[in-house]
Design a protein around this ligand. Structure first.
Ligand code: GLY
Ligand code: MN
Ligand code: MN
Length: 430
């Protein structure tokens, strides 16, 4: 993808009004005492460089002969003996395809020269305060030389708008990485469905999922897996995964891995014992109908809002049929009483981040879909255990989530490798 990173930098430079851009790598964060959290590169930085090391900064300049500069960690045999090999300054230019590379320690000293004579600095203020300070000090340093004719950036512009718009439309290379994440995720869900038994703990299913991610070469989950059995499935962001699963219960699994920095995001809900009860199946059928209708609505020119409208209408009708609400459906939608059982949105963008970047609104209106976007379609129905509704439905939580690519002819479901119809699910669980 090295060439692709170079092309991205070139198109970003074209999209910027003349100016200079600074994008830092993600910081290392401490987990406890001197132990670090697993390091993951900042998505924007990786998108523009393909470089995974911390203590790195990318500087892109529209005017200099030297357009792309990186600051990286220098080689250090003592540190490398502990932490592993570093790319180093000497090789960074060639490997990353940039014009110049310097040690990270020289950033403060070299920034004034890199920022001078630019009116615009593209930099996301407020996220990394130490880096903010380094940049503001550099600007202050140039300003101090104003009488000698120095020019400093007088505008600081958030570059994420430009970079994130680029990230919304996925290239063939990005779709290939997503395809690997999706395939591994589908295998993991299928393995977990096959492994599930009454009496197992939720974390045992989590172990099956993450083992399959690793076995597939996808080393990270894209988010903390949710394995929610019984009424835990009605808690939208349940993460404890610590309950023992019982006979005649449903389990909701929302899990996806990350592959080459691209995420999959899949939810399936299935009977722990391999057979839906009639109430569970009735609830499941409602969510499935909503999900299929919403997927059918995916096409260029429509909006996530319109897709959400389709899903919530089918869900609201189903809630009435199930006896959770009293109709008519128009009133249930109007007074939002359906939100007692479906309180989240139907879709979000998917890409390097599970809740991917990119504007949801343009000019105050819902943004239209275009070819190459990837979104999730994930309606759900969650009946709190203490609701005053038919007893057989209490504590049931169902969500069905697929990843969908917008093609000119409509939505292409990327995650069709995991069983979804009740019959296919029961067959997989058997
Ligand atoms: N797994 C997070 C979500 O579905 O949005
Ligand atoms: Mn999702
Ligand atoms: Mn999800």
């Amino acid at each position: 993808m090295n060439e692709e990173h170079r092309l991205r930098r070139a198109s970003l430079l074209r999209a910027m009004n003349p100016g200079v851009l600074v994008v830092p790598a993600a910081p290392v964060t401490l987990r406890n005492n001197d132990v670090e959290h697993e390091y993951r590169q900042d998505s924007d930085f990786y998108y523009l460089t393909g470089f995974e090391e911390p203590d790195s900064v990318l500087v892109l300049s529209s005017s200099a002969a030297c357009q792309a500069v990186v600051f990286v960690r220098p080689r250090d045999p003592e540190r490398e003996a502990w932490d592993g090999v570093r790319l180093g300054v000497e090789r960074a230019g060639e490997v990353l395809g940039v014009d110049a590379a310097y040690p990270f320690g020289e950033l403060a000293e070299r920034l004034p020269a890199l920022l001078s004579d630019h009116d615009r600095l593209y930099y996301r203020l407020g996220v990394r305060r130490t880096m903010d300070d380094t940049l503001l000090c550099a600007i202050d340093g140039i300003r101090a030389r104003a009488r000698a004719g120095a020019r400093w950036p007088t505008q600081i512009i958030d570059p994420s708008v430009l970079v994130h718009e680029m990230r919304v439309i996925k290239s063939p290379g990005e779709l290939a990485a997503m395809g690997r994440a999706v395939d591994a995720t589908c295998r993991a869900h299928l393995a977990a469905m096959r492994a599930a038994r009454p009496g197992m703990w939720e974390y045992e299913l989590e172990a099956v999922l993450t083992a399959e991610f690793l076995r597939s070469g996808c080393r990270r989950s894209a988010y903390a897996p949710i394995v929610a059995s019984g009424s835990n499935a009605t808690v939208l962001h349940y993460h404890a995964n610590s309950r023992r699963m019982g006979q005649d219960e449903l389990v909701l699994m929302d899990a996806g891995c990350e592959c080459s920095y691209y995420a999959a995001d899949v939810t399936r809900t299935f009977p722990v014992g391999g057979r839906f009860t009639s109430a569970q199946r009735a609830a499941y059928d409602v969510v499935l109908a909503a999900q299929l209708a919403a997927i059918e609505a995916v096409r260029p020119g429509t909006t996530l809002e319109a897709i959400h409208d389709v899903a919530r209408k089918v869900l609201a009708e189903g809630m009435i049929t199930l006896g959770l609400l009293t109709g008519p459906v128009d009133r249930v939608l109007e007074d939002k009483s359906y939100m007692r059982y479906f309180r989240h949105r139907t879709s979000h963008w998917l890409g390097m981040d599970v809740h991917d970047v990119g504007a949801y609104q343009v000019g105050g209106l819902p943004r239209e879909l275009s070819e190459g976007m990837v979104l999730t379609v994930e309606p759900g129905l969650y009946v709190p255990e203490d609701s005053d509704v038919p007893e057989a439905l209490r504590g049931i939580g169902v969500r069905i989530e697929d990843d969908v690519l917008v093609k000119c002819e409509g939505g292409r479901v990327l995650t069709s490798g995991v069983p979804k119809s009740p019959d296919a699910i029961e067959a997989a669980c058997r």
